[in-house]
Design a protein around this ligand. Structure first.
Ligand SMILES: CSC[C@H]1O[C@H](OP(=O)(O)O)[C@H](O)[C@@H]1O
Length: 354
């Protein structure tokens, strides 16, 4: 089984499965510094809100190893804080990235009696972020499975599986659990232009798990709903605002609008770490814009339009909460508002049940 993101045993590199090469080539690349990992996140070697958070945490661990003999304690921590900034700025929309860097900065700002003990604490925290992700996603999958009827036809956009996380996945984790529970489900896989995470990555994951699926062009979503071929929609999240507005892959809002029109349940599947109570509504969420090349050359080689064609390429859109049936999380099916008081109460409850 493939692993999207790992820390090498000697802590000298972050090992990433190059998702740009899937589904035809499974290639792993080593990245030896925080800046190399930041570039890998920007280039979407690794992608998916939880996976990039884990990759960034490991990026700080690799930087801590790389700089261990580079100077005194003060310069060591300053350099690592700078590395947190680079990684946090690598992609602006997914809150998981800043959530992970906040955890690493907390370690950096604590008192340690030596550079070596600080380095160990950093590696341990990065490893904890990764191991927690697996447990969180397993609980999300169990929660979400309770909503999946037998023989459901589920529409899914982008990729939210083990490739977008450390394992299990979020929305695809729910689908995987439903399949393993013998519910005989089927997945309509939206190809998800322009990066084709659905066509290239979700099909790859579902095929590996023998889950029945059908690939569709994004613009077929409405037609399938009109023909009553869709029982519910599941999508991931990059950032959920306090009022429930949700940033997710471009095209999610369109699917949510169509689902609303056709009275089809539309759920966001998300860990608590993708909820950002500091953002009151979707209006405050920065939507990453990516290069025109992604649209002009979707498979990297041939142009699909004249080379000088102007392009607008937002990587995400914002779905207002009014189009969302609920949020499937590791603590249950939630409804906003997601204030810090609410989110922290759930996190504390999680801690006590561990
Ligand atoms: C559980 S992955 C969450 C989220 O991340 C993906 O975006 P990208 O492929 O650009 O990293 C997509 O929006 C997923 O829903």
């Amino acid at each position: 089984m493939y692993v999207s993101v790992q820390l090498s045993d000697d802590h000298k590199s972050v090992v990433l499965l190059d998702q740009r090469r899937l589904p035809f080539h499974e290639e792993y690349i080593h990245f030896y510094s925080a800046s190399e990992v930041a570039q890998a996140i920007r280039d979407m070697v690794v992608r998916g809100a939880p996976a990039i958070a884990v990759a960034a945490g490991f990026g700080i661990a690799v930087e801590a190893e790389r700089l261990v003999n580079s100077g005194n304690y003060e310069s060591y921590t300053k350099n690592l804080e700078k590395a947190c900034d680079w990684l946090e700025l690598s992609r602006p929309t997914a809150v998981n990235l800043s959530w992970a860097m906040k955890r690493m900065r907390k370690v950096l700002s604590s008192e340690w009696d030596s550079i070596e003990s600080l380095k160990s604490a950093i590696v341990n925290e990065a490893t904890r972020i990764a191991s927690e992700d697996v447990a969180v996603n397993y609980n999300i999958a169990k929660t979400g499975n309770s909503l999946i009827p037998s023989k459901a036809n589920i529409m899914h956009i982008c990729n939210t599986g083990a490739l977008a996380t450390v394992d299990w996945g979020t929305a695809l984790g729910v689908i995987r659990m439903a399949h393993m529970s013998g519910k005989d489900i089927h997945v309509w896989v939206c190809e998800t232009r322009p990066r084709l995470q659905g066509a290239k990555l979700t099909t790859f994951e579902l095929q590996q798990q023998n889950i029945p699926m059908t690939l569709i062009v994004d613009s077929a979503a409405g037609y399938l709903m009109q023909m009553k071929k869709v029982d519910l929609c599941l999508a991931g999240a990059d950032r959920v605002a306090c009022n429930g507005d949700t940033a997710n892959k471009i095209g999610t809002y369109s699917v949510a609008c169509l689902a609303k029109l056709h009275n089809i349940p539309f759920y966001i599947v998300t860990p608590l770490s993708s909820i950002d109570p500091d953002v009151l509504s979707g209006k405050e969420i920065q939507v990453e814009e990516r290069s025109c090349e992604e649209v002009l050359r979707p498979s990297g080689e041939s142009l699909v339009a004249p080379d000088s064609t102007p392009v607008f390429n937002p990587a995400f859109d914002i779905t207002p909460f009014s189009f969302i049936s609920g949020f499937i999380t590791e603590v249950g099916i939630l409804q906003p508002p997601f204030t810090w008081q609410v989110v922290n109460k759930w996190k504390e409850k999680l801690q006590t049940t561990k």
